[in-house]
Design a binder for this molecule. Structure first.
Ligand SMILES: Nc1nc2c(c(=O)[nH]1)N[C@H]1C(S)=C(S)[C@@H](COP(=O)(O)O)O[C@H]1N2
Ligand SMILES: [Mo]
Length: 241
């Protein structure tokens, strides 16, 4: 069984930790952040102390935990994938994967930090700077924010325009020096290097320039909108960028 089939199982509530290769997929159904933190610290300690080495079989290993708030997510490839940029722009546009690949690519290597505590060191991401796509679209003067939507049909995120224009914010096509696979939000995910990983929306399909920030999926459920790794969300972590 692969992680994709695990992803189809279970209930469509909360975010689920995909443990298909261990046959533990049914564990991960939780909604409240506190409960979910409890679950994740359990899983984290299980992974830290696992005497069998079975956690190495988790999809892709390497410390990432796999999240989806949707019960199933369609697969998109070079033929079917589209990224639409619209809203308060002069030149709305829909990009194919080939269009995105043809643009200059930026590679960055930073730690990834999830707000629940796990951190993965030195993870390469590569893709097109979001600022480039915004400039190409011609952001209108009255715009103040960017909203991201996903082809899982559920997840949303947002950044202020100033945050979105940072050079360490990418529309990422590659992660860990591979094309981004479905579990990690491929073929295209957002990568917001200086913020907790919930800002890095997987399965990115829409970028809408708006007047104001609208809180995203997890932000409506209690997480900070300005999610700088460090002091936001009541945490104390080393910054990632
Ligand atoms: N579409 C979508 N993007 C998402 C999420 C999600 O559930 N759905 N979870 C977020 C959270 S909380 C984290 S920690 C990372 C996990 O990314 P990974 O599954 O590649 O480890 O994706 C973020 N982006
Ligand atoms: Mo997260």
């Amino acid at each position: 069984m692969n992680d994709e089939s695990a992803e189809e199982r279970g209930k469509p509530i909360g975010r689920r930790v995909l443990l298909g290769t261990l046959g533990l997929g049914a564990l991960g159904v939780v909604t409240a952040p506190t409960l979910q933190r409890g679950l994740e610290s359990f899983l984290a300690s299980a992974a830290d102390t696992d005497p069998t080495g079975l956690t190495e079989l988790l999809p892709n290993g390497g410390g990432f935990r796999y999240y989806s708030v949707a019960s199933s997510v369609p697969h998109k490839n070079a033929t079917s994938y589209r990224l639409k940029i619209d809203g308060l722009v002069d030149r709305p546009r829909t990009y194919t994967l080939a269009d995105l690949r043809a643009l200059p690519q930026t590679r960055m290597v930073r730690d990834v930090q999830c707000v629940t505590g796990w951190r993965v060191p030195d993870t390469p991401f590569e893709g097109v700077r979001l600022s480039r796509l915004l400039d190409a679209a011609g952001v209108r003067q009255e715009a103040g924010a960017v909203r991201f939507t996903c082809f899982d049909g559920t997840y949303t995120e947002s950044l202020t325009l100033d945050q979105a224009r940072r050079s360490d914010v990418l529309v990422a096509l590659r992660m860990q020096d591979k094309n981004i696979g479905h579990s990690h939000g491929g073929p295209v995910r957002l990568y917001v290097a200086p913020m907790y990983f919930y800002k890095s929306a997987k399965w990115l399909s829409g970028i809408t320039v708006t007047e104001d920030v609208r809180p995203g999926y997890w932000e409506e459920r209690g997480y900070d909108v300005d999610a700088w790794v460090g002091r936001s969300n009541g945490r104390d972590d080393e910054p990632t960028s």
